[in-house]
Design a protein around this ligand. Structure first.
Ligand code: SAM
Length: 278
């Protein structure tokens, strides 16, 4: 997947309405391509190659006496999953059973149909790890199981878990963008049993689940495995991905330390997704 350099602009707007709406409209005309509304205003992103010094001069509301608007900016490197998707154009179909598609795709004839607008969040099914986690969810019984989707990205796995009958479901991501994107996608898919939370493993003490799903990366998983295990009910299942075949021994050893048994492995292009049982 290609990475793109974006400029992120963090606008503080007083009073908030209707200024934020006008600002977003003007920024959109000026070439900014995604927006996240915040408590103080809006964060807007533009590709660096689209940027030129005069762009902000055309944003009339910035010179208005009615509103007080200040901003800071920074350069960030992001994968724009929407443009990856537009390049590929096809929905992702996993095992002829689950499709993950953008709103502009036609509805495929699959048992499970998930509509995602990923913006900058990870989780369209293009990536091997998401694909394999979808396969695990499809193959396992989620009916009436309580589920944690840790590192939810777009919320795609939590949404599929709900479609497979799981409830209640917590979907957690420490990234504000992913948190907001998951909220949008949960609503877009009419999911009723998913609570989206912004945060990390620190939110877990006191919560219990039948199934924990975490597609993150090797180091974060190793660091947080003990907390995931504590949060898992007896006889519960843990699905892990975000690492390579050669990482299996270290992940397995850490899981064994907490009494988890490795029961299944999926592999795609050297990426793996493992199932453990407590
Ligand atoms: C590889 S993506 C997976 C997204 C989605 N679950 C999927 O399977 O496609 C990993 C996600 O984990 C989030 N993440 C990374 N470290 C985290 C942490 N310590 N706690 C919570 N979320 C984290 C990232 O923001 C990212 O959205």
């Amino acid at each position: 997947m290609s990475n793109t350099i974006y400029l992120g602009y963090y606008f503080k707007v007083k009073p908030l309405q209707p200024a934020v709406e006008i600002l977003i409209a003007e920024l959109g005309y000026a070439g900014f391509e995604s927006f996240v509304e915040t408590e103080e205003g809006v964060t807007a992103y533009i590709q660096k190659e689209e940027w030129n010094e005069t762009i902000l001069e055309d944003i009339q509301i910035l010179n208005s006496d009615e509103f007080e608007i200040t901003f800071t900016s920074e350069e960030i490197e992001q994968t724009n999953w929407n443009s990856e998707w537009e390049k590929n154009f096809n929905p992702i179909v996993v095992d002829n059973t689950c499709s993950v598609r953008a709103p502009f795709h036609e509805k495929p004839k699959t048992d499970f149909d998930i509509v995602i607008e990923p913006k900058m969040s990870f989780g369209t099914g293009h990536h091997e790890t998401t694909h394999m986690m979808i396969q695990h969810i499809l193959k396992n019984d989620f009916t009436s199981k309580s589920v944690l989707d840790m590192g939810c990205g777009t919320g795609v796995l939590a949404i599929l878990a709900e479609k497979k009958g799981a409830k209640p479901i917590d979907a957690i991501d420490y990234d504000n963008w992913c948190y907001l994107n998951s909220l949008e996608n949960v609503e877009r898919n009419n999911a009723k049993h998913i609570t989206v939370l912004e945060g990390d493993a620190n939110l877990l003490p006191g919560r219990q689940y039948d199934i924990v799903i975490a597609n993150i990366n090797r180091n974060i998983l190793l660091n947080d495995l003990k907390t995931y295990t504590d949060t898992l009910n007896e006889n519960g299942s843990l699905f892990l991905s975000g690492f390579y075949n050669e990482d299996i021994p270290i992940i397995e050893a850490e899981c064994n330390k907490y009494g988890l048994k490795h029961v299944e492995t999926l592999e795609r292009n050297n990426w793996v997704a493992l199932k453990f049982e407590k």
